[in-house]
Design a protein around this ligand. Structure first.
Ligand code: GDG
Length: 457
């Protein structure tokens, strides 16, 4: 294979000891190492006057190139158009979507800046892989400067229905730029269908079979690549973590008390407020569980400069306070809301020691927490996954208890069913899900995408 060039909003430099590489970063680093590679993106720093040249770090055959952004760029591109327009819109939250010409122009400017900074670093045979909604126009910017190399794009978040997409004033130019890539990858068939719908009914394009479409004067491949997890690594981490202090503490807790776990970046798309309300409904409808189950919600803050994210933190604190005030007793608290992050090792211990994994996003591209929860279970005594039908993961993990997160009664019923589920049924459901997680890992996702991109021409 040719040299791989990965471009994403943020870069995880392997030599940065402070950076904790997540699963995706590790998988991409592996692919970069295979044939040598370059990872380009924003350093995560904003400065008064960004320098003209990217900062370069080389580790073996992989080079990391990062640029700083000005505060204005960061406000308009990242906090503005990416996270106050595209993120809520693509997650069906028109009510939270802010439309601003200035932010859109800042978004375009940063994409143009990315293109101009990466251009001198490109080699003729490179395969270029661009990630996520921050960088949709990048491919078109690169084509404009004469780049002819193979270019793929993967959208990690949902692609919304046409009716939602067309609410964006700049929808046409955004989707036209998406069509400048040779391959566009989506998480699920739903996303692909929504994209086809836009191409045929809004853009006047054509589906020409074999994963190909024609639109805006270009022919490109579009395909579904559901992202996976590094299943074996999670199993290993879970086994290693059993010796940790936290795991030992967890095993000592009273055996008549069960945990329900939720783990999410603090984000309104994850449906955490609605999850608290569904849990309240469980305590109302099934009084026998009072004093017996605790919802452990881990929600490390994210994007805290965006007003909607500050607000959800307050709403959650108020909701947890209200439910705890209503039901808590001297020896039991219904909701344990932890607004901080945990080490990977502690996280997998918590997954394994929780009877229910409660994953109820209102919309989610995939949701890796659902997959990690399943992989971390004890095969002899697995917990039950309660999963929103609006998470991309629900397509593959259909042996979970699938729920509608807007219907609190049904979520409460599913939790109760999970808490009382006989061992045999738990094992059957878990085994079916593990089979999928072993067959479609993060590595197969990456390899399938790159193979399809390399087959383009
Ligand atoms: C986007 C899409 C898509 C969370 N808290 C802690 C922690 N985490 C880790 C989880 C998981 C990751 O963060 C979150 O991944 P998700 O997939 O659930 O969600 P997004 O961040 O929104 O990701 C999503 C994904 O991209 C990949 O394509 O699935 O749909 O929105 O891995 O474990 N990790 C640690 N401590 C925490 O406290 N160590």
């Amino acid at each position: 294979m040719n040299r791989l060039v990965v471009i994403s909003n943020r870069v995880t430099v392997s030599t940065d000891k402070k950076a904790r590489a997540g699963g995706l970063a590790v998988a991409l680093q592996d692919a970069l190492r295979e044939n040598g590679g370059l990872w380009f993106g924003w350093s995560g720093k904003t400065v008064q006057k960004p320098s003209c040249q990217p900062a370069m770090v080389t580790d073996g055959n992989v080079t990391y190139a990062t640029i700083n952004l000005s505060r204005k760029n960061f406000a308009e591109y990242y906090n503005g158009f990416a996270n106050r327009t595209l993120w809520p819109l693509f997650h069906y939250r028109l009510d939270l979507t802010a439309f601003s010409k200035q932010n859109y122009s800042g978004y375009q400017q940063v994409n143009t800046l990315f293109a101009s900074k990466i251009l001198p670093l490109l080699e003729d045979d490179d395969t270029i892989w661009v990630h996520d909604y921050h960088l949709i126009p990048l491919g078109e910017e690169l084509r404009r400067t004469g780049v002819t190399q193979r270019m793929g794009f993967f959208l990690h978040i949902p692609f919304p229905a046409m009716e939602i997409m067309t609410a964006l004033p700049s929808h046409r130019s955004l989707i036209r730029s998406l069509c400048a890539y040779d391959l566009v990858g989506f998480q699920t068939e739903n996303d692909l269908r929504a994209f086809f719908d836009y191409i045929v009914h809004e853009a006047g394009g054509k589906i020409i079979g074999n994963h190909r479409i024609q639109a805006f004067g270009r022919t490109l491949k579009v395909q579904v690549f559901p992202i996976g997890i590094n299943t074996e690594a999670i199993i290993r981490e879970t086994l290693n973590s059993s010796r940790s202090k936290m795991a030992r503490g967890l095993m000592d807790r009273p055996s008549d008390k069960d945990w329900i776990i939720g783990v999410d970046r603090l984000d309104y798309s994850k449906g955490i407020v609605e999850r608290f309300q569904a849990f309240e409904r469980l305590l109302e409808n099934y009084p026998a569980y009072r004093g017996r189950v605790t919802l452990l919600q881990i929600a490390p803050p994210s994007r805290s400069e965006v007003p909607e994210y500050k607000e959800i933190q307050h709403t959650l604190e108020a909701e947890a306070g209200h439910i705890n005030g209503r039901f808590a007793d001297y020896d039991w608290v219904p909701i344990n809301y932890l607004s901080k992050s945990f080490t990977r090792q502690n996280l997998v211990s918590l997954y394994r020691n929780s009877r229910i994994g409660l994953v109820t996003p209102l919309r989610d591209g995939m949701n890796l927490v659902a997959k990690e929860y399943v992989a971390a279970q004890n095969p002899h005594d697995p917990g039950v996954l309660v999963l929103s039908r609006f998470a991309g993961a629900a397509r593959e993990l259909d042996s979970a208890l699938i729920v509608n997160p807007f219907d609190f009664d049904s979520v409460a019923d599913a939790i109760a069913k999970g808490l009382d589920m006989p061992m045999e049924e738990r094992r059957e459901r878990w085994s079916a899900m593990m089979e999928t997680l072993r067959a479609n890992t993060l590595g197969t996702w990456r390899d399938d995408f790159l193979k399809s991109l390399n087959d383009v021409r």
